[in-house]
Write a protein that binds this ligand. Structure first.
Ligand code: KE4
Length: 428
């Protein structure tokens, strides 16, 4: 007897490559059939077979207050009646830009786009146009969307699928992409010593979320800041994941490091397709039509996406206690997971900051992509399915971060910890 998810996946693969519209959803690295969801509310998702899951993906980040957050739903319903797109400027775009500028340090201006990929792609082009340089540095295991230049040593789905070099990304594009291991300052110093005059930018996830959750080691980001200042290189913080999640002002606020450009996605659209690039006027005014660095989008600043994002960001801005509540819930869960793994005698390394975390089955600290790759990801695969069977939906890859939403209750966390205890006893 096939489940409805299995039946739907069979049908999906006839008309959609791999049966999904984004590879990480396909359960490729954990095996099995992706679960087709029907609806979600708060911390719970409900699949097409009537199963309920406690959700630790939050749509890969946007659902920080839980699914179908009432004020966002109501705002979308209202604004849809005014038209779903004008292709002309609206006052709403000014309001959300002003709100973001008030929340995020070191920025004067915001350009809205339609995804995190577009935001990072635009930030790189802007850095190149501003500096007149072509090369840039990214870090192994970091993921900045699927624009060609970023698909070198990328994390997330590229790592999950074990794709070494992506067909279609030309050698000429790749040769301007320099890479270094995350948390390895000497490697960056070496690249800059050799090629600094040609390097436009260093782009980084200030807290990495695409190889599991990996924190910057003390001094790492500060070191990058110094290298950029000394070599006229722009420091780009890719905050598509961390923006508005780690703090109102994201990682710049939480970690106290100034970036030259910041990219956003996910939370900024409350689940609607939105990305953004932000920075100081002196750099941002190089973007067309103020400057010559061309970037555009038919649906950029779309009123439905803007009102959804604006409503969510307003709630976060007006209730900063949410971040403390999320941190407390994540700490409670991490302690419970450590107990569960310890009781089963399973070596583990759990990384956690704010409402982002990831569990790795190794005794070594997970400080970069090679450490995340060397962990017992076979065991993660079994753990993932054992948790799914117990009604807990984790990211279907060891190279992803878990996300907490503020709709999670202590009861949900206790259920998750109990599921982990039972899962570990079953699979160890
Ligand atoms: P999108 O183009 O998928 O909106 O954003 C790309 C992106 C850029 N930067 C960071 C730090 C990101 O995490 C992402 C996208 N994250 C993945 C999850 N790890 C999206 C999930 C997916 O690919 O379906």
């Amino acid at each position: 007897m096939y489940s409805k998810s299995e039946m739907l996946f069979g049908k999906a693969k006839q008309v959609i490559p791999g049966g999904v519209n984004s590879p990480v959803r396909a359960f490729k690295s954990v095996g099995g059939t992706p679960i087709f969801m029907e609806r979600a509310k708060g911390a719970y998702m409900y699949d097409v077979d009537g199963n309920t899951y406690i959700d630790y993906i939050n749509s890969w980040g946007p659902m920080i207050l839980g699914h179908a957050y009432e004020p966002v739903v109501k705002a979308i319903q209202e604004y849809a009646t005014y038209s779903t797109s004008f292709g002309a400027p609206t006052e709403l775009e000014i309001k959300i830009a002003e709100l973001i500028v008030s929340m995020v340090p070191n920025i004067d201006m915001v350009r809205m786009v339609n995804s995190g990929t577009e935001a990072c792609m635009t930030a790189l082009r802007l850095a190149r146009g501003y500096t007149g340089r072509n090369k840039f540095i990214k870090f192994e295991g970091c993921y900045h969307g699927h624009a060609d230049a970023f698909l070198v040593s990328a994390g997330s789905g590229v790592a999950t699928l074990g794709i070494q070099s992506v067909p279609g990304v030309t050698a000429t594009v790749a040769e301007d992409t320099l890479t270094a291991p995350y948390n390895n300052l000497p490697a960056v110093e070496q690249l800059v010593a050799e090629q600094g005059a040609e390097i436009a930018a260093i782009i980084i996830e200030p807290v990495a979320g695409n190889m599991g959750c990996i924190l910057p080691q003390p001094g790492f980001l500060e070191g990058l800041r110094k290298i950029c200042d000394a070599n006229n290189i722009l420091l780009i913080f890719d905050e598509v994941m961390t923006g508005f999640r780690l703090a109102r002002g994201g990682a710049q606020e939480l970690l106290g490091i100034k970036a030259d450009l910041v990219t956003f996605g996910k939370i900024i659209g409350a689940g609607m397709p939105v990305g953004a690039v932000a920075g100081p006027k002196a750099i941002m005014e190089n973007l067309a039509p103020a400057g010559k660095v061309y970037q555009a989008g038919t649906l950029s600043g779309n009123p439905i996406a803007m009102i959804a994002g604006y409503t969510l960001l307003q709630t976060l801005n007006n209730n900063p206690v949410i971040y403390q509540q999320l941190e407390e819930k994540a700490s409670y869960l991490v302690n419970g997971l450590k107990e569960a793994f310890g009781a089963a005698g399973i070596v583990h390394s759990i990384n956690h900051i704010g409402s982002m975390l990831s569990a790795h089955f190794t005794e070594y600290p997970i400080v970069d992509f090679s450490a995340a790759s060397a962990a017992n990801n076979e065991l993660f695969k079994r753990f993932f399915h054992a948790m799914l069977e117990r009604g807990v939906y984790l990211p279907p890859s060891a190279f992803e971060s878990w996300f907490m939403c503020n709709a999670l209750t202590t009861e949900d966390l206790d259920k998750t910890i109990a599921a982990a205890k039972s899962a570990m006893q079953a699979i160890k």
